[in-house]
Design a protein. Sequence first.
Length: 180
Amino acid sequence: MQSKKTHGLDVTSTVFQANSEKWTFQDDTVRKWVEDRLDGDVLNACAGHTELRHSGEIHRNDVNKERKAHTHHNLKHMSDKVNLSFDTVVYDPPWSVFQVNDKYEGRGQDTIKQSTLMAESIDDMLNVGGKVLGFGYTIDMIPSSMDYDLTEIAVFTIPGPGKDFFGSVHQKTNTKLTQF
Ligand SMILES: C[S@@+](CC[C@H](N)C(=O)[O-])C[C@H]1O[C@@H](n2cnc3c(N)ncnc32)[C@H](O)[C@@H]1O
């Protein structure tokens, strides 16, 4: 059987103009895009600085203890440390090694190199049918080997020398045996 990748995927894609800010959700366009997609209990897994608006609960996590957050776990270990589940996970890790050093005081090298461990930890905490809202220079926030559908892509174009980036929505489709 051929994979979805070899067939190509029809995914809703929208282009937005945004600005390059130190914190991703400081830009009004990006912030609106993510806030419009928050549903149920939310984990902001690499919360950073910006506080999102949502009618429900948002659990903020950031490995940096100086960030305002409920917990300060390294995301890759978080699912082993907490007994929580969510309907939406906002996943906005550092996007490159350069950005880690330039903007986040060197925190997050492992986040980039161990992206599969991060995705597995997210998966352990996400309810079936839930969504991962990812941000970065890639839409592969969730490895294609995991049971998710990529349902939406946003392209955020940055005028001038800044780099464009993506928002992506992955919806969890799998039902592990342990959930029966
Ligand atoms: C791109 S910033 C998030 C910006 C946030 N969305 C905002 O708009 O304010 C990435 C954040 O991830 C945190 N971080 C990096 N690696 C992490 C990890 N492994 N687990 C949890 N947080 C991590 C950094 O401390 C930083 O605050």
